[in-house]
Design a protein around this ligand. Structure first.
Ligand code: ZN
Length: 307
């Protein structure tokens, strides 16, 4: 059976000789190692990566994915096998299918597809769900609407304004620090989303006691600009000439996409990019890290982590 796979094997080995990163930009060795490890601990459920469709390339080859895709020599039953790589069937089921009707060595096919970046292993654990509270001040109508719609599709549980969980605080101006202080005191994680001029700033994502808070950022700015202490309180009230927030605002959609990504990272236990940083939406150049935020020695929020 394995003799039917020489071209796949040869292609994979050539990629490894040239270097650890394949044409798909995925580390060949880590993929192969990961799959091998799964073989030995649990029954893995292989799945083609998102967007990796399987089509016929010509009379003798199949194409898995299109960016750039992996060319696989065809043989009886292989197309059916590849289309079963959906993260539902485990390796044992696939092997049983192969023994009945497919002229292919299933583990070898899976190893090669994984090494070439078009196969992954579905997680055995269900996706973590995070409770999220969306709080929006005036002037954030468009962003709030897009975010509420998006949250329905994310692995999160929306909660009322006073519910538990991660607080997404939307504001068309600097939010009152007393409000943020209360969140820190209560140990509630929160992500600040502020309008600035015609764009938005996202961050910092604050896990009280574990990551720098907004007060830390304020104190750092006062260190270099002492007058900021007098300016800041004036910015905590809604401006008379607030930037217009309207439906179809491209900045609102881009901001919502970034906030959604931060929420998903938090839900999956992956560090959000706005931990210890503020990300700013640039009018012309998309997103970039605007300002790193570090614990400030005069804030004391870090003491919460020592409790
Ligand atoms: Zn702080």
């Amino acid at each position: 059976m394995a003799a039917g796979l020489p071209a796949v094997v040869r292609r994979g080995r050539q990629a490894s000789v040239r270097g650890p990163v394949s044409s798909t930009g995925v580390d060949d060795r880590s993929h192969a190692t990961t799959l091998a490890a799964h073989h030995h601990c649990v029954s893995p459920r292989p799945r083609l990566v998102d967007g990796a469709v399987v089509v016929r390339r010509d009379a003798h080859h199949l194409l898995v994915g299109t960016d750039p895709g992996v060319v696989v020599p065809d043989r009886p039953g292989l197309l059916a096998l590849l289309r079963c790589l959906d993260g539902v069937r485990d390796v044992g089921v696939l092997q049983a299918m192969a023994e009945e009707s497919i002229a292919a060595d299933v583990p070898q096919v899976l190893q090669e597809l994984a090494a070439r970046g078009v196969l992954t292993v579905a997680p055995d654990r269900p996706v973590a769900r995070l409770t999220v509270v969306l709080r929006a001040g005036p002037g954030c109508t468009a962003l709030e609407a897009v975010l509420r719609q998006s949250l329905d599709d994310l692995p999160v549980v929306p909660a009322g304004p006073d519910g538990p969980g991660l607080v997404l605080q939307l504001s068309s101006h600097e939010p009152p620090r007393s409000l943020l202080d209360a969140l820190v005191r209560d140990g509630r994680p929160h992500l600040l989303v502020r309008r600035t001029g015609r764009g938005w700033r996202v961050g910092p994502y604050v896990a009280p006691g574990h990551s720098p808070c907004v007060r830390c950022a304020d104190l750092a700015r006062i260190d270099v600009d002492p007058q900021w202490a007098a300016v800041l309180p004036q910015l905590e009230v809604p401006p008379l000439l607030a930037a217009r927030d309207r439906a179809g605002d491209a900045a609102a959609w881009e901001t919502a996409a970034l906030v959604g990504r931060e929420v998903v990272r938090a839900a999956l236990g992956v560090r959000p990019r706005s931990v210890g940083a503020v990300l700013r939406h640039g009018e012309d150049d998309g997103w970039h890290v605007h300002q790193p935020v570090a614990f400030h020695h005069r804030c004391g929020c870090w003491l919460l982590g020592a409790r």
